[in-house]
Ligand binder design. Structure first.
Ligand code: F6P
Ligand code: MG
Length: 453
């Protein structure tokens, strides 16, 4: 099978004023500084001199990397650290070198950002005392705490939900949109407490919310689901962020299992290494159920009363029962820790058009077993679209190239990067006038579906 070569030019760091350029110049240095600071605090909290020494070494590595990026240095090979995708990353670095494009500012944005997190992982993986340390866990869990009120309201709404044949389709859309907006970087709608009015608006799928979805294939997805999905009864979530977004994904997954007659198994695909700060690791999946199960240990006392506590515990028990019965599954062993989940396709730096070439068994498995593969979030969308400068009206199916039709693909993405496809004529022009940052400010979204062929 030929290696897919994207016909459109990729987003890179070279154009002034782009979000990509802002990412490498402004956003990465902040992310790296915060990562080093988290390690510094963990070093201070450690009493073991070996761990302290190793931690200081990790901080130095992160600081050196920050300088190398700022000076447009060449990327280094990934060293053997027991993790995934080393040969693949290094082969691609060799190709970039041969083309004279191996320095940071000359790389494609998508590949470079994936490489950044894979490279960072090595700093921890090669240190005996830091192998299982997730530098982003604290920020993930504190963002979940700041969504406490929304979490409680959604838990209560989920437990009280009862659908009828007449309302099933409406609630399918409501839950799908909840999972979609769970991906918004600007969680102002939900995080930090949501008013009844906001929640009602979100759940009633009013015209107001629909307007923010610039391409909306929800009806097509529903038609496919209710057609019986070619005899399959499984949905897969290729997860994105943990904590609040994962919570909304699990609510959607629970809805599919318990309220519709079409599903009896949900498979969640996490990452195996800390990824783009907030992505789900196997630990995060276990953690969220355990946390909901003992709310008084985590949520602020101010939001807990007997009824909210009972709702969280009941939901956790229900989800644990799904796990015990194999209705909720992780695609990797449930007890996996950092570094031991085995091969991980999702953390290589390639566009998904290369999925079949790089991991034929993954494609075959999804094709044979899954009725709906839901790709969450912006990075998954960038990989589905090769993060390239397509005309915004190019059909989503066309952009998928060799992946199109191999399994049913649903992408739920709030816009946090420039790439966008599948829009109707005139939408791009209208949006450029209405909100100049619409491509990446997280306020707008696309729901894209490509059926099984
Ligand atoms: O904010 C931009 C960004 O860091 C992009 O680089 C990346 O595609 C995205 O965020 C990650 O977002 P998500 O968690 O939705 O995949
Ligand atoms: Mg993410």
């Amino acid at each position: 099978m030929p290696y897919y070569r994207c016909p459109a030019e990729r987003y890179g760091f070279d154009i002034e004023g782009t979000f990509a350029r802002d990412t490498i110049i402004t956003r990465w240095p902040v992310i790296l500084k915060d990562t080093a600071q988290t390690v510094r605090e963990a070093v201070e909290a450690h009493s073991d001199p070996t761990a302290q020494e190793q931690g200081r070494h990790i901080i130095e590595k992160i600081e050196t990397l920050t300088k190398e990026i700022a000076q447009d240095g060449e990327v280094r090979n990934i060293v053997e650290d027991g993790g995934s995708n080393i040969a693949l990353y290094n082969a691609q670095i060799k190709e970039f070198r041969e083309r004279g494009q191996a320095s940071w500012f000359n790389l494609p944005w998508l590949w470079a950002e994936c490489y950044l997190y894979r490279h960072l992982r090595t700093f921890f993986a090669v240190q005996s005392e830091w192998k299982t340390f997730d530098p982003y866990f604290t920020s993930k869990s504190s963002s979940f705490r700041s969504s406490s009120e929304a979490v409680i309201k959604l838990a209560q709404a989920t437990l009280n939900l009862s659908t009828t044949p007449e309302t099933l389709q409406q609630f399918f859309h409501t839950n799908l949109q909840l999972s979609l907006w769970g991906n918004a970087s600007d969680l102002s709608l939900l995080a930090g407490g949501v008013t009844d009015e906001e929640l009602r608006k979100l759940q009633s799928r009013g015209e107001e919310e629909k307007k923010f979805i610039l391409r909306n294939d929800e009806e097509k997805v529903w038609d496919w689901v209710k057609s019986g999905m070619g005899g399959k009864r499984r949905a897969d979530f290729v997860l994105d962020n943990g904590e609040f977004e994962l919570f909304t994904d699990m609510i959607f997954a629970d809805f599919l299992l318990t309220q519709t007659p079409f599903f009896d198994e949900i498979v969640f695909h996490p990452k195996s290494i800390p990824w783009f700060c907030s992505d789900v690791l196997p630990f995060d999946f276990r953690w969220i159920i355990a946390t909901l199960h003992t709310p008084e240990k985590f949520f602020p006392a101010s939001v807990l009363d007997p009824s909210s506590t009972a709702a969280l515990v009941t939901l956790a028990e229900r989800w644990q029962a799904h796990v015990d019965a194999g209705r909720f599954k992780l695609a990797v062993p449930l007890e996996s820790n950092l570094g031991d989940a085995g091969p991980d396709f999702w953390t290589n730096g390639n566009e998904y058009q290369r999925m079949e070439h790089l991991d034929p068994a993954l494609v075959q498995g999804l094709r044979e077993k899954s009725g709906l593969v839901i790709f969450k979030g912006d990075l998954n969308y960038r990989k589905l679209t090769a993060d390239a400068m397509w005309k915004s009206t190019t059909p989503f199916e066309k952009v998928l190239g060799p992946l199109n039709g191999r399994f049913p693909i649903l992408s739920l993405r709030t816009n946090k990067a420039e790439v966008i496809v599948g829009l109707d004529d005139g939408v791009e022009e209208r949006m450029d006038k209405e909100d100049p940052k619409w491509r990446y400010n997280g306020k707008w979204a696309v729901v894209s579906f490509a059926p099984l062929v």
